[in-house]
Every structure is written in C-alpha cells, then in structure tokens.
Design a protein around this ligand. Structure first.
Ligand SMILES: Cc1cc2nc3c(=O)[nH]c(=O)nc-3n(C[C@H](O)[C@H](O)[C@H](O)COP(=O)(O)OP(=O)(O)OC[C@H]3O[C@@H](n4cnc5c(N)ncnc54)[C@H](O)[C@@H]3O)c2cc1C
Ligand code: FES
Length: 245
C-alpha cells in the first residue's frame, strides 16, 4: 500500500449518475484487475474506495456513481485538483486460471474492474463473454469501450429499454463458462453464485467503515472464518463464501 498524490486530468459524466475520472499519478503499486484505490476527499474524514477500471504508467481510470455526499463532491472536482490516494489495495482477480471460456458479469459500476480484466484477457488472446446489467437504457455506459477491445457485451436492463429485459443471471444457464468473474450489488453476486455450477471469483464493493482492516465492519463469512473485504478481499472465491452464516 502506498499513499500518493494524484491529479484529476478528466472528470466527465457518462450517465446522469456515473462519471469517468482519469487521475494522473504513480501507478507502480496497481498491478492486478480487481484492486482498488482509496481517495481522500476534502472535508471528509473517511476515505472512499473505488475499483480501478483501467491503468497505464501515467495514471488510472475510475468509474464513480453518485450515491452520497462524497461521490457528489467528487463529481464536481475540476481537472487539476490534487487528491491523496492509497494505491495497491486489495488482492485482485486471478486471471491466469480463466480457462478458454471466461464469463464476466457486471452490475452497474461493478463493470469497472471487469473492464481492466477484459483488457488483460484479450491481450492473452482469450475472448471472454461479458454480461452487463443496468436499470434502464439511460443508465447504460461503457458498451463502446468494451467493443473497442473486440468484445461486444450482452446488455440486460430491468425494464427491457436496452438489450435483453431481465437480470444478468437469467442468461447464465445458456452460456458456457470455464470460470466466472463478477462484480456488482451483493444480491447479484449471490444470485450469480446460486445460478452457476462452475468456479468463480467475486469482487465486493460493500459499504466500508475504517477501510484499513480495524473495524471488521466490512467482513464476510467464509470457510476460513470472517474475512474483511478491505484487507482480505475485495475478491473472494465462490467456494469460500458462506452466504447464510
Ligand atoms: C472495494 C470497493 C470498490 C468500489 N468500487 C466502486 C467503483 O468502482 N465505483 C463506484 O461508484 N463505487 C465503488 N465502490 C462504492 C463506493 O466506495 C461508495 O459508493 C462510496 O464510498 C460512497 O461514498 P459517498 O460519500 O458518496 O456515500 P455515503 O455518504 O458514504 O453513503 C450514501 C449512501 O450510499 C450508501 N452506500 C455507501 N457506500 C456504499 C456501497 N459501497 N455500496 C452500496 N451502498 C453504499 C450508504 O448506505 C448511504 O445510503 C466501491 C466500494 C468498495 C468497498
Ligand atoms: S472497513 Fe473496517 S475492517 Fe474493513
């Protein structure tokens, strides 16, 4: 973990609720899709965690949904704003075990770490199937960015206004899958686990307390005892999660 100053280079809306932020800074500690960064925002005591959507040697891309005061402020910060950022957080996905037919399942901003994973898999000549779920057509974002990687995502909306009507989990029985990778709301993650017979990894973007392993507020029950999303995750194997404990 490193604390580094990043500078906002770009902060633009993708939908009415989601902004793309490009932050310039040292990315040496950010090495695996599924890792996250934690931003210190002016006027807020607790940092706010966000998955890394993309990285290069000069900076990172984040996709930020406005849900409360911190993310509302973040949406308004102009290019040139300096932010203190904890980098190199989290374990990340194990893309090396994806097999020949990986399936990536994202709900809303949960697609963020899956974009970087898609980039890594396509660079290794593996073509994942990508399922993305949104509420309505107005909430859809990043479809073109996936297409630019050579992967056309299958879209699902709850009201059928874009793509297929229904939930991403509706399609799971139809799709061959050597390994799944999922990120999104917890109810979606549980439904994915229950609908899929194969192995998989899930990235949690739960509400956090301290964010550095002290409060246990983010812990989840696993076969290895209670594990903290912020310190031991955010990625967990399907087989280790105990949903009803
Ligand atoms: C590992 C990790 C990765 C994440 N990646 C992303 C990402 O890529 N993009 C993104 O937009 N968000 C992501 N989040 C969630 C993000 O951190 C929160 O939405 C953000 O901290 C909320 O800050 P706020 O001050 O706007 O909201 P707050 O004022 O803290 O909360 C406002 C409302 O939002 C709810 N809320 C807060 N955090 C969450 C949460 N994590 N899940 C559900 N409801 C919440 C609260 O219960 C409250 O109702 C991630 C979280 C984690 C732990
Ligand atoms: S948020 Fe406090 S232990 Fe994870």
């Amino acid at each position: 973990m490193e604390c580094i100053e990043f500078t906002i280079e770009e902060n633009r809306p993708l939908t009415r609720k989601v902004n793309l932020l490009r932050l310039a800074g040292n990315t040496a500690a950010i090495t695996r899709p599924g890792q996250f960064v934690s931003l210190s925002l002016p006027g807020f005591f607790l940092r706010r965690p966000f998955s890394v959507c993309d990285r290069d040697d000069h900076g990172i891309t984040l996709l930020v949904e406005r849900v409360g005061e911190g993310t509302s402020l973040l949406h308004t910060l102009p290019a040139g704003t300096a932010l203190s950022v904890l980098t190199g957080l989290g374990n990340g996905f194990t893309g090396g075990v994806a097999g020949d037919s990986p399936l990536l399942i994202g709900g809303g901003t949960g697609l963020s770490p899956l974009f970087w994973l898609t980039k890594e898999l396509t660079a290794q000549n593996t073509k994942p199937t990508v399922l993305l779920g949104f509420r309505t057509a107005a909430d859809v974002f990043f479809e073109e960015e996936f297409c630019a990687l050579g992967i056309r995502p299958l879209l699902f909306t709850e009201d059928g206004s874009a793509g297929r009507k229904g939930l991403v989990t509706d399609a799971l029985p139809e799709i061959p899958c050597s390994m799944f990778y999922a990120c999104g709301p917890e109810a979606m993650l549980r439904a994915v686990c229950e609908s899929s017979s194969g192995p998989g990894e899930l990235a949690f973007d739960v509400r956090m307390g301290c964010g550095f392993g002290a409060c246990m507020g983010c812990s989840r029950a696993t076969t290895g005892g209670m594990k903290r999303v912020c310190k031991d995750g955010p990625v967990f194997r399907k087989e280790e999660l105990l949903w009803d404990a």
